[in-house]
Design a protein around this ligand. Structure first.
Ligand code: P61
Length: 459
């Protein structure tokens, strides 16, 4: 085996159920060929998301018992604040119940109509919060990010030429801050290099534009820097994290990823006035400043999770587990996005199912087949999620990439589960011409992929 075995042993088990092919056929029919509509207890391996699905450690569970549920000044808040400050270095720490609330608070406070927020690639909740508050969300990642075959160590990097051009053309007053998503989820969980972070910081300094990180998967990004960037091989992960955030003015964080918890988040920032404004809004919509949207016990679990995620044995296993699944698939010729990112494998559905045209949703067809054949739940990131009608011509517009994401929950599945996933997908690939395209029979006007119903196209 060319990757480390699990750096943990299992103390509590949660049974998962294997259904029969007939049961799954019925379930997917009832679900309108949409895996969001399937009850989770009918899923054998659930790779829908790595968000909020982590297994907590014994240390985190023990922390729950020390929950102090005082309305104001819970001891768990002080521990949480000290831990976040120690790792991220920001002056003000504002707790929220998840990442999108942090984004909502930030942008509803700071953004003025018509302003622009650049990012390497905005995650969909970030984009939605920018746009909902009257802003424009721009993706300025390097062009290499859009080529699924290209091997590049830091495919999440910001394109500094694009960024400088934007600032020069629009003027700094139209850009209240620049975001950087580490790792870049929408581009395949790809990391950003320290050099790129440093250079982005230098550029923004000239124009006095603040830099904020979307820090959901910061520890995984740090591990890639340690592995791939010269000068970082001997640095502890915590030191690398400290260096990253020293280049920023703030961050939003969904602790549901690298916080190793099921719910939680925060904003970290240095600006006193902005922090006060955000805190006032926090009280209105989330809760008192010493709990945000979290219970005291949950803040304790986040504090402990943030310390555990910096453990290098954990990160080596985590990154290797995902990478090894990619290798097993790649060795069998299954088309995947390269290089493999930190939290997920992306199957290239256009190449997997070349006989299904894009208007018949090949990535969704593959997602459905994966559940029907193997009880595995993945998520479509393609024409169903991002396709729409052009408001002027009424024609269907489809995204560049048709992907199926297999997101790997942290510390949840064993190596043997990954072998099962790889073997199931390989079998499906060998019989791929049997998979049929799909047609929409119901769609809602926004975020249609969550509730859409589809049927198979015959012939
Ligand atoms: C995911 F289909 N990610 O990848 P919250 N920033 C980034 C994220 O990856 C992220 C958030 C902010 C999810 C969950 C998810 O339509 C969807 O704590 C880089 O979920 O609010 C979340 O953090 C938001 C999946 C969210 C979706 C929305 O699976």
């Amino acid at each position: 085996m060319d990757f480390p075995s699990e750096p943990f042993r299992i103390k509590v088990v949660e049974p998962i159920r294997r259904t029969t092919r007939e049961e799954r056929e019925k379930l997917i029919q009832n679900a309108g060929n949409n895996v969001f509509n399937i009850p989770a207890d009918a899923i054998y391996v659930d790779l829908l998301t790595d968000s909020g699905t982590s297994a907590m450690s014994d240390n985190q569970w023990a922390g729950l018992m020390l929950g102090d549920e005082s309305y104001a000044g819970s001891k768990n808040y002080y521990h949480f604040e000290a831990t976040v400050r120690d790792i991220f270095g920001f002056e003000h720490i504002i707790p929220t119940h998840q990442g999108r609330v942090a984004e909502n608070l930030l942008f509803s406070t700071l953004l003025e109509k018509g302003q622009i927020i650049p990012n390497n690639i905005h995650f969909d909740t970030t984009r939605a919060n920018v746009e909902y508050n009257g802003g424009q969300a721009l993706d300025l990642v390097i062009d290499e990010a859009y080529d699924p075959h290209l091997e590049h160590p830091f495919k999440g990097n910001m394109d500094l030429n694009k960024l400088e051009r934007l600032i020069k053309n629009q003027g700094r007053h139209r850009i209240p801050l620049v975001m950087m998503t580490i790792t870049n989820n929408s581009g395949g969980g790809q990391p950003v290099s320290m050099q790129n972070i440093r250079e982005t910081r230098q550029l923004l300094k000239q124009y006095e534009i603040p830099l904020f990180f979307d820090a959901c998967r910061f520890a995984e990004n740090c591990y890639f820097i340690k592995e791939r960037e010269e000068g970082y091989q001997d640095k502890p992960i915590k030191e690398i994290a400290g260096e990253i955030f020293s280049h920023g003015d703030g961050c939003t964080m969904s602790a549901k990823k690298d916080g190793l918890v099921n719910m939680g988040g925060f904003i970290g920032l240095n600006d006193d006035a902005l922090s006060e404004q955000i805190t006032n809004r926090l009280i209105l919509i989330e809760g008192f400043p010493t709990y945000g949207g979290m219970a005291g016990r949950d803040m304790e679990a986040v504090s402990r999770g943030l310390q555990e995620v910096l453990n290098e044995d954990y990160l080596r296993f985590r990154i290797s587990q995902v990478r090894n699944l990619g290798k097993m698939l790649d060795d069998q010729g299954v088309p995947i996005l390269k290089p493999v990112g930190g939290h997920a494998i992306y199957l290239n559905a256009r190449e997997f199912l070349p006989h299904i045209p894009q208007h018949q949703f090949p990535a969704q067809a593959l997602t459905v087949a994966l559940f029907r054949e193997a009880g595995i739940r993945a998520v479509e990131i393609g024409g169903l999620m991002f396709g729409h009608k052009d408001p002027e011509t009424g024609e269907d517009v489809f995204p560049e990439l048709e992907m199926v994401r297999l997101a790997i929950p942290r510390r949840v599945y064993t190596t043997q589960h990954m072998v099962y996933v790889a073997e199931s997908i390989t079998k499906l690939y060998k019989e791929r011409e049997k998979i049929k395209g799909l047609r929409l029979v119901h769609e809602s006007p926004v975020l249609r992929h969550f509730t859409a119903r589809l049927e198979e196209v015959e012939g």
